[in-house]
Design a protein around this ligand. Structure first.
Ligand SMILES: NC(=O)c1ccc[n+]([C@@H]2O[C@H](COP(=O)([O-])OP(=O)(O)OC[C@H]3O[C@@H](n4cnc5c(N)ncnc54)[C@H](O)[C@@H]3O)[C@@H](O)[C@H]2O)c1
Ligand SMILES: O=C(O)[C@H](O)COP(=O)(O)O
Length: 596
């Protein structure tokens, strides 16, 4: 038996074991974590579902009809466009899901106003810079997007702007409509043979590159995270930022807006560009310092720009950039084709409905991406994990303050073949929910634990044997606490519980140093007694007298006629008087009632 312990600082982004320190004050809701099989395509991650009522989905921006139809099959759909921030905050407390495009700011206030009801935000498009992801996570709200359906539309718009800019299409059009005929003024530049630098070689960037090659351009790309083989397949060289600045005739921007990309094109970088460079932006306005661009246009460093996106949308009417004669603009139309909008609407409606049903979400933005097959396999262990957490925390004596929890996973699988993030989230849920009003799910588990100062350390125990099942046992230990049930304290001084899955059902198999075997269904009474004949009968008849059904009983003892722990599974809530009667049985030394 070998063991290893790991401490990782970004647990949800890592596929290995980790430790986290974690709290919060949300409301307990009717939502629960449910795991189901994917319906059609492999999906990742799961969420919560309102099991009581038809959910309400607020669609705050225009969405394709096909998506609305899908939503209506499952939910009450409120299509309210052009809401003011105040109106959005007022409506949101009545909604389980919200669907937006890029025009709605889903900020912290929106999550706070939802008062715990909002469970899913669907971004009908790619960019999620208008959604406060940190606030969503803190409120246990899943954010999903529709990352693929508008890729081609955005790439086509990029190419449309590139060509229109090079040939002055918009300016010439306006001139002819104004009654002029200025053939000499609108002489353009050719694309063929020119160097196009694609910045951000992701979905849209690579489609732009593919098309630009078809136009005979020499295409290079800058993207610190792009795989070299993707570039090779398209026939594009990945180059440094400096090289882009020095060599590009055209620059097309396709990165997300992040702190690192904000104002990436600024006074300093414009100064390094090849004189007469032309810039296309269908990514996000914020990646360009707009004032710096105006200066670079005036100075002739930048010959022309074609912009679909702006720092502020819509931009101010008197924006120097928009009004600049060398600038072609469109009102954030990259994703706006009939085909893309139908596709995006379907993609986001499916993701939101799936998440509300508790299915796996392929496009979760703020939650771990765990493959569906892994989740399916872990399903019984997920229940076991939550129940062990739930039991362990109920064993802590009041005032002890749980700070440090160690979880050990015994498995014959290779160390990198067991993703424990979901299990850790469920143990966290079990540990926190019984002692607070916080609703914990996969999205906010680590965050909630950290907030509460709860440190969870994970340890992997590699066992010999068949790696067929993912786990042999899970152990949960709470250190530095007193217990209501002294027998739950192990030889090493922690509250210790161990559980296994038997025939698909979670079982409690160890309490402190005592081996027991009780299926974790209903509720549980643990008694410590002096081992002697007739104890099972005595406790059983006290419960029978008040019609409490015993589902399971198991006795674990150190040695015959010495101390023993009896674990009794009961279906019903057991009254205090009945528990007192059990405690009054002379051989019973201590007992505790635990809700599962
Ligand atoms: N105008 C529109 O209507 C429209 C439509 C679709 C997408 N978009 C925007 O286009 C952008 C790209 O979308 P996508 O679907 O291709 O996203 P994507 O995630 O597939 O690609 C983004 C790429 O940018 C790269 N990147 C990240 N940081 C970078 C940096 N500092 N320098 C260079 N590259 C960096 C990433 O590695 C990734 O490969 C997003 O900002 C998105 O919001 C706009
Ligand atoms: O990020 C995106 O998907 C695009 O910017 C499209 O935004 P839209 O949905 O507001 O058109």
């Amino acid at each position: 038996m070998a063991s290893s312990a790991t401490n990782l600082s970004t647990p949800f982004l890592n596929n290995k074991l980790s430790s986290v320190s974690l709290s919060s004050n949300d409301k307990l809701s009717a939502f629960s974590l449910i795991f189901r099989q994917p319906r059609r395509k492999p999906r990742f991650m799961v969420l919560s579902a309102n099991v009581d009522a038809k959910p309400t989905v607020l669609v705050a921006e225009k969405l394709g009809e096909a998506g609305i139809k899908l939503l209506k099959e499952f939910a009450n759909v409120d299509c309210s466009y052009n809401l003011s921030p105040e109106e959005l905050c007022t409506k949101i407390s009545l909604c389980d899901a919200l669907i937006v495009r890029s025009g709605t700011k889903v900020n912290r206030e929106v999550f706070e106003s939802s008062d715990g009801r909002l469970k899913v935000v669907g971004r009908a498009g790619v960019g999620i810079d208008n959604v406060d992801l940190a606030a969503a996570t803190e409120h246990g709200c899943l954010v999903v997007n529709a990352p693929t359906a508008n890729t081609v539309a955005a790439a086509e718009h990029g190419i449309a702007l590139l060509a229109a800019m090079a040939r002055n299409v918009a300016q010439a059009d306006a001139s002819v409509k104004a009654g002029k005929w200025q053939r000499n003024k609108y002489v353009g530049v050719s694309l063929v043979g020119k160097t196009l630098a694609v910045m951000g070689f992701g979905k849209v960037g690579s489609e732009v590159a593919r098309r630009a090659k078809g136009l005979g351009m020499h295409v290079v790309a800058h993207d610190p995270y792009a795989p070299a083989d993707r570039a090779r397949v398209i026939g594009v060289d990945l180059v440094s930022f400096e090289e882009v600045l020095a060599t590009a005739d055209f620059i097309s921007l396709h990165m997300p807006l992040t702190p690192a990309t904000s104002k990436m094109l600024n006074d300093e970088t414009f100064a390094k560009m090849k004189k007469g460079v032309r810039i296309v932006n269908v990514a996000r306005g914020g990646v360009i310092d707009e004032e710096a661009l105006v200066k670079a246009l005036d100075a002739g460093i930048v010959a022309q720009a074609a912009l679909d996106v702006f720092n502020e949308e819509p931009p101010p009417k008197d924006s120097k950039l928009v009004q600049h004669e060398k600038v072609t603009v469109t009102p954030h139309l990259g994703a706006s084709t009939v085909e893309a909008q139908e596709g995006v609407a379907i993609e986001i409606a499916e993701a939101v409905v799936g998440a509300l049903k508790g299915e796996l979400a392929a496009t979760a933005v703020n939650a771990p991406m765990v493959p569906a097959e892994v989740l399916t396999e872990l399903k019984p262990y997920v229940l076991l994990a939550e129940k062990l957490g739930r039991l362990a925390v109920q064993l802590v004596a009041g005032g002890s303050g749980v700070k440090s929890v160690k979880v050990s996973y015994g498995s014959a699988r290779a160390p990198d073949d067991l993703d424990t993030r979901v299990l850790r989230a469920m143990i966290t849920k079990g540990l926190i929910e019984p002692i607070s009003s916080v609703f914990v799910n996969l999205v906010n588990a680590d965050f909630t634990a950290k907030q509460r100062g709860l440190r969870i350390t994970e340890e992997r125990i590699t066992l010999d044997g068949s790696p067929e099942s993912p786990l042999d046992f899970i152990q949960v230990q709470i250190a530095n606490v007193e217990s209501k049930f002294a027998s739950a304290i192990s030889e090493t001084g922690e509250i210790k519980l161990e559980g296994r899955v038997k025939d698909g059902i979670p079982h409690l198999t160890k309490v402190g140093s005592f081996e027991v075997d009780v299926s974790l269904e209903g509720s549980l009474i643990l008694c410590r007694q002096v081992d002697q004949p007739g104890m099972i009968g005595k406790v059983g008849s006290v419960l029978g007298e008040v019609n409490v059904n015993v589902s399971f009983m198991s006795v674990g003892r150190i040695a015959p006629r010495k101390q023993a722990v009896m674990a009794i599974g009961v279906d019903e809530q057991t009254k205090k008087e009945t528990l007192k009667k059990i405690g009054d049985i002379p051989a019973i030394e201590e007992f505790v009632f635990l809700k599962l």
